[in-house]
Design a binder for this molecule. Structure first.
Ligand SMILES: [Zn+2]
Length: 413
């Protein structure tokens, strides 16, 4: 979806102005796309505002394009190039050669001369795109998400990794710190400059390099979750000492080389992945950064209420062919959008359907059909060629991604 805000130029404000969105937080999704060695991060708002940060290596380009296509997005509102290392920009060549409209591009402003960078620049020129150089203190309005630019500093160091664009993506009470490939040198500068660094989610710098993610930096960021985007490499990423520092900080570590693409959801108050729900967050002072931010006090929220998702109907004996007509209807009766990703629906005989990546809005229904078909926002298809639901009585069990029973529906009553 094209947005007026970024249609021609980036709307850049200083950090500290109008951070809180007037539209309410809505929900957002952040995918750390598994590109092997490299970074590629997609931020998507409920409002269809899309930001892509980096694109992995040249060979990963088709993966990134296919991933975005599978998510059904129609254009990229903003492309951010953190720095010109090949494992960050290579895949962007495919993105630029794809059919996506790209509304705006931003980078770290450092000239580059490698051949992959020249290829990328040529593709940008073909599209008539000129990257806007980002600098610490700016704030980009991505509608539901505020992107605070924390690096590079006004005077560039000249080192491509140290001058990586660092973004703190703020969604309501949730902050996600995306650190490019900076090392402890730049981390020290960010802390010395009193930039807002607290974040529940940290994209670990430089694929877990031992020269990044220092103890002091972790103590400042206080992440609950650390994401490492990494694949086969000859540099020893992620380094055991960095993993140790992360573990000592109390952060949970998720790695793309171990679990593939990592998808995070936020409703502005809490965040969760397909793996877990994180109910603990730090209250973040978002309005005033000119004075040093007060030390946040950790707050432990009560456990989130169980998902209010219910099986509301089973069409087990439809007119005509059972396979073609059978479905289970499920409704989200809660107030919040709920991720059903990796949830299961099973019958008494143990036949089990696993939900794909899927969100259900408050009050919304979804039908899980026995037959095959193309999934959409209201219909999911099991793809079976025989009936599931017994005509003379059966039970359906809806379980969350941890196997917790959420709803049971038996018939005849
Ligand atoms: Zn890198």
């Amino acid at each position: 979806m094209g947005r007026i805000l970024l249609a021609a130029t980036l709307l850049i404000a200083s950090i500290g102005t109008s951070i809180v969105s007037a539209q309410g937080p809505g929900w957002i999704r952040v995918a750390f796309i598994n590109v092997g060695q490299g970074d590629s991060i997609w931020l998507h708002g409920e409002d269809q505002y899309d930001v892509l940060i980096d694109g992995g290596r040249l060979a990963a380009g088709p993966t990134v394009v296919a991933y975005l296509q599978n998510q059904g997005i129609d254009d990229l509102d903003l492309l951010i190039i953190t720095h010109s290392d090949s494992d960050h920009i290579g895949g962007l060549v495919s993105v630029l050669r794809s059919t996506y409209t790209i509304e705006a591009v931003a980078d770290n402003g450092l000239p580059c001369s490698t051949s992959i960078c020249q290829t990328l620049t040529a593709e940008l020129v073909k599209r008539g795109l000129t990257p806007t150089p980002l600098v610490a203190g700016q704030s980009l309005n991505a509608v539901l998400i505020n992107l605070q630019v924390l690096n590079p500093q006004p005077i560039l160091s000249g080192d491509d990794n140290e001058d990586s664009v660092v973004i703190r993506a703020v969604h309501g009470q949730i902050a996600i710190l995306l650190t490019g490939d900076i090392s402890t040198t730049a981390e020290t500068t960010l802390m010395a400059n009193d930039l807002p660094l607290q974040a529940q989610v940290l994209k670990v710098a430089h694929h877990g390099s031992k020269y990044s993610t220092g103890e002091n930096f972790l103590a400042t960021v206080q992440p609950t979750l650390a994401v490492i985007s990494v694949g086969d490499n000859s540099y020893g990423h992620p380094a055991p000492e960095t993993l140790d520092r992360l573990a000592a900080s109390g952060a949970q570590i998720l790695r793309t080389d171990q679990i593939g693409t990592i998808i995070l959801y936020s409703d502005g108050n809490s965040f969760w992945t397909a793996q877990a729900t994180y109910a603990v967050f730090l209250p973040l002072i978002l309005r005033e950064f000119s004075s040093p931010p007060p030390t946040p006090t950790p707050i432990t929220l009560p456990s989130p209420p169980p998902p209010q998702v219910r099986i509301t109907h089973i069409e087990y004996n439809p007119p005509g062919d059972d396979v073609q007509g059978e479905y289970v209807e499920i409704q989200n009766q809660g107030e919040n959008t709920q991720a059903l990703t990796n949830w299961t629906l099973s019958d008494q005989a143990g036949n089990t359907f696993t939900f794909p990546e899927f969100l259900i809005g408050s009050g919304q229904f979804v039908k899980v059909w026995t037959k095959a078909g193309s999934n959409d926002s209201q219909n999911l298809y099991w793809g079976r060629n025989q009936a599931v639901w017994n005509n003379d009585g059966d039970c359906a069990y809806l379980k969350d991604h941890n196997g917790g029973l959420i709803s049971t529906y038996c018939y005849p009553p």
